[in-house]
Design a protein around this ligand. Structure first.
Ligand code: SF4
Length: 211
């Protein structure tokens, strides 16, 4: 199965979905996006990367801001940076590198985003890409990422579920968790307030039903 172009979603939506379904819906269905210090710093970091065009360092060629798409996954986006490592006189191995402001996370949302970029490049260039890396601004280190079968399956599942969520047009209710403290949409989502209101409503509905 392949997706029609009008059904494409942003690669970044997979990262948002894997972090929190509600965050994905708020951004990609309700078009809510709030700038805060973290998002502005992230944006500046990406803009700095995209200011470059291309460069060469020995046997590595570097391309910045390459447009990406996958008909199979129904994705569109842009790669921060793709290194092309020379294999021999005529062939080069692509190696995508994504820039993130923070530090490595316990969940797989950043890995899924990078793997989706790699799968787009594979489809576009008809090559196989075994690995890439994420550069984290806070630790100033690269995290090497292997695109193994399990991460590829996770990425395909995330793409399918993100499509379903965005097509449904329904924003799921909030569930307050630790991740909410680092969410840029905490002020718009109001997870604690809405969850409390919902539990009061459920309680009243139950009491009324029992009487
Ligand atoms: S505040 Fe929490 S529930 Fe709301 S969008 Fe962010 S992570 Fe999701």
């Amino acid at each position: 199965m392949t997706y029609a172009e009008e059904d494409f979603i942003m690669i970044s939506a997979l990262q948002h979905y894997s972090f929190c379904e509600r965050q994905c819906a708020l951004i990609h269905i309700e078009q809510i996006w709030v700038e805060n210090r973290a998002t502005v710093e992230g944006k500046i970091m990406h803009e700095r990367v995209h200011e470059e065009d291309r460069e060469s360092r020995g046997d590595v060629r570097i391309e910045y801001g390459i447009p990406l798409r996958s008909l199979k996954l129904g994705l569109v986006g842009r790669a921060d940076m793709v290194e092309f490592h020379r294999l021999d006189k005529d062939s080069w191995q692509p190696f995508p590198v994504e820039y993130k402001r923070g530090k490595p996370k316990v969940d797989h949302c950043d890995l899924i985003q990078l793997c989706a970029q790699a799968m787009c490049l594979e489809e576009m260039l008809s090559v196989s890409i075994p690995s890439g890396a994420i550069f984290y601004g806070r630790t100033r280190r690269r995290l090497d990422v292997s695109f193994d079968d399990s991460l590829r399956q996770e990425t395909e599942d995330a793409a399918e579920k993100t499509h379903q969520l965005i097509t449904s047009g329904i924003t799921p209710p909030p569930v307050y968790e630790k991740r909410c403290e680092s969410c840029s949409l905490m002020g718009e989502c109001l997870p604690k307030t809405i969850q409390k209101r919902r539990s009061v409503k459920t309680y009243l509905t139950r009491i009324i039903g029992e009487s």
